[in-house]
Design a protein around this ligand. Sequence first.
Ligand SMILES: [Mn+2]
Length: 145
Amino acid sequence: MDFGAVHAGYHGDLTRVVSIGPPTGRFHEVYDLVLQAQHRVLENTRPGMTGHQLDALARDFFKERNLGDHFRHGTGHGVGLAIHEPPRLREGFDDPIEPGMVITIEPGLYFDDWGGVRIEDMVIVTDDGIENITPATKEIRTINL
Ligand SMILES: [Mn+2]
């Protein structure tokens, strides 16, 4: 579920995943991989890195596990007066991130015959890393219909 909000002209962006019914083994497996990829980006983001480099933190993680074809979008984007702003965290984008920028970090995996998982946080770039401003839990929630 991908949520948004606008306050005083500034946007918010948040994605969490729920399981309809009890989560299967495959659900746990895919969810844990996406969560690991997101942690890899969250822990290694530093000012001065380019959108391409940040994207590679997640993309290489999936490629190393032969899942590169299932990561079909960018790793994140700037957020502000528009919901999607530069810098883009995508292959080929060489703009560096700077302290004070607000960006999303949102790796995901999608399978045609199954579904997908994406986990998205908004973070502020700081002098030595990031401050995560998304307090929503990442525990798997279940909806029973
Ligand atoms: Mn987003």
